[in-house]
Design a protein around this ligand. Structure first.
Ligand SMILES: Nc1ncnc2c1ncn2[C@@H]1O[C@H](COP(=O)(O)OP(=O)(O)OP(=O)(O)O)[C@@H](O)[C@H]1O
Length: 524
């Protein structure tokens, strides 16, 4: 390389902080398009509030005010009743990217420590305005409130405190105020309102009060007061690790040997399995982890694939549950019928555990309004979080649409007032992109989506059949009730006899007709 070119290194070699990187690539945080950007902001703030409240054993209650003060200039005020954020962490939480408390192999909504700092970055990039945060915490039984005005120093990936003061607060929780431009509030399927509505179906234990910019006030009440149990952290399964994972583990472990590192960092690794692994790979597992070579890591992963293990522990998976999904759907959709299914845990890619749950709501406010007609809608969720974008490429859409709905009494799926709900629960949901909006069509996941939806659809079919039969029976009964008395009276007249009491007979006839339609017998 010419000298001149090498000099460029000394002059121009730089490092980008995460905030600088995302300032240039905000689409990687999901901020593409005006409607989507605002929905992502709602998503990040709501999920953080839920996570924080649930971890503290508090039933979440959120108040959101969204005001429009210019053509596309909005002020968002979001307040929760969680445990609050201790003063010294406030700048880190809101102004440092990749800072958080959730970097574990755990089924939680947040994972990367990017969410709320991403919102602050968007706010700052589009308006140049600082953010305001009020945090109420309880320390040693004493309620403490602090108010801060902050800016993000993008170059340093840290917060700049512009103002700070102690304030009185009524309770614990976080209240944040952000300005945004270049975003848009919409009632469409991908807008912020719909995001809240769907969130409430999957989280019936929450309450959200939302004042929208058009002057509407929406109160989404709690339909259940059961706080979901906290998922436990689970160790990765041997079938799910890569050579790179093992090398990373070897670098950071405090264990002194390969064998103890493997048994303490992976699930289902007994001393019997260690022996088997030694025989298969020929590696001395008494070696020190920091001596692990790439080839050794690779041959361990290869050997794992040939070995039999118990399925991964599923204690880390917390589904919503059939009863809770039903409560959520009843509260929000007021349907005439619901069916819900939570499947047993299964695995994909050999070792990653997941659970699929499905629900169907029919009638009432189910489905989405298009003009004056209600049409079928598919509501997709991953770990209770609504997925509102990239529906086309998602395994949930594919699985639901692949069913032959006519077999379940739905002749025209598109034009039926149906809400089809599917939630995928996993510590590792296989998202198709960093925006986390669609799930990869892994064969095992697709299979489970189809199974869960089919079971719910079968229940719907039974209901629709009964409903149709009841309608036909009512029509038939009406015919009998109109004509039988006339015929009996006329026949009696002709026979010159008194008309018999026909009531009981008529009842039996109409009842038999109904049971025949339902495929049941009169004696049952
Ligand atoms: N409303 C809140 N109440 C209490 N703590 C909060 C709140 N919002 C955020 N936090 C804390 O701030 C941390 C960083 O939040 P952030 O949204 O940046 O990332 P995350 O939730 O960990 O992951 P992700 O990027 O996947 O959303 C969280 O891990 C949590 O500890």
């Amino acid at each position: 390389m010419a000298r001149q070119a090498l000099d460029l290194f000394d002059e121009g070699f730089q490092e980008l902080t995460p905030s600088e990187f995302f300032r240039k690539n905000k689409q990687m945080l999901g901020f593409t398009g005006k409607i989507r950007s605002l929905t992502i902001v709602f998503h990040e703030l709501i999920t953080n509030s839920f996570d924080a409240a649930e971890e503290a054993g508090i039933l979440p209650e959120i108040k959101i005010d969204l005001k429009r003060i210019g053509k596309d200039h909005y002020i968002l005020r979001h307040q929760d009743n969680g445990p609050g954020i201790p003063e010294k962490y406030i700048p880190k939480v809101f102004c440092t990217m990749f800072a958080g408390s959730k970097f574990r192999n755990i089924q939680s909504r947040g994972q990367q420590g990017l969410g709320c700092s991403g919102c602050v970055l968007l706010s700052q990039m589009t308006t140049g305005k600082p953010i305001k945060v009020i945090s109420g915490t309880r320390e040693n039984g004493e309620l403490k409130g602090v108010k801060m005005t902050l800016k993000m120093d993008v170059k340093k990936n840290q917060g700049l405190i512009l103002e700070k003061e102690e304030v009185e607060v009524e309770d614990t929780g976080v209240c944040i105020e952000l300005h945004f431009k270049d975003v848009s509030y919409s009632l469409s399927e991908q807008g912020a309102y719909e995001y809240i509505r769907r969130t409430m179906i999957a989280n019936p234990h929450a309450k959200i009060i939302f004042n929208d910019p058009t002057g509407n006030r929406y109160v989404f009440n709690r339909a259940s007061d059961v706080i979901p149990p906290m998922p436990k952290e689970v160790l990765p399964h041997p079938w799910g690790v890569t050579a790179d994972d093992l090398i990373f583990m070897a670098k950071h472990t405090d264990k002194r040997r390969f064998r103890s590192m493997l048994t303490s960092n992976l699930s289902r690794m007994s001393s019997k399995k260690i022996k088997e692994l030694e025989e298969l790979t020929g590696i001395d597992l008494n070696k020190r982890p920091k001596d692990m070579k790439w080839e050794e890591a690779e041959s361990i992963v290869e050997a794992f694939k040939k070995m039999k293990f118990m399925s991964p522990p599923t204690s880390g998976l917390i589904p919503i549950g059939e009863e809770q999904i039903e409560k959520g759907m009843r509260e929000i959709l007021q349907p005439e019928f619901t069916a819900t299914v939570t499947r047993k845990p299964k695995t994909y890619r050999g070792g990653i555990a997941f659970v699929v749950e499905a629900g169907i709501a029919y009638g009432g406010n189910s489905g989405r309004m298009v003009g004056d007609q209600r049409k079928a809608e598919i509501m997709r969720f991953a770990n209770r979080v609504p997925l509102t974008f990239d529906a086309g490429s998602c395994a949930i859409t594919e699985g639901v649409k692949s069913l032959d709905w006519r077999r379940y009494g739905i002749r025209d799926l598109e034009n039926t007032p149906l809400t089809i709900f599917v939630n995928i629960v996993s510590t590792n949901v296989p998202y198709l992109s960093t925006g986390k909006q669609s799930v990869a069509p892994e064969p095992e996941i697709l299979h489970e989506i189809r199974q869960a939806t089919m079971i719910a659809a079968r229940k719907l079919y039974k209901y629709l059949r009964k409903k149709k039969a009841a309608k036909e029976e009512a029509e038939r009964a009406k015919v009998f009730e109109t004509y039988v008395p006339v015929i009996i009276k006329q026949a009696a007249l002709l026979a010159e006899r008194e008309a018999p009491d026909y009531r009981e007979l008529l009842d039996t006839v109409t009842r038999r007709a109904k049971l025949e339609i339902l495929g049941e017998s009169l004696d049952e």
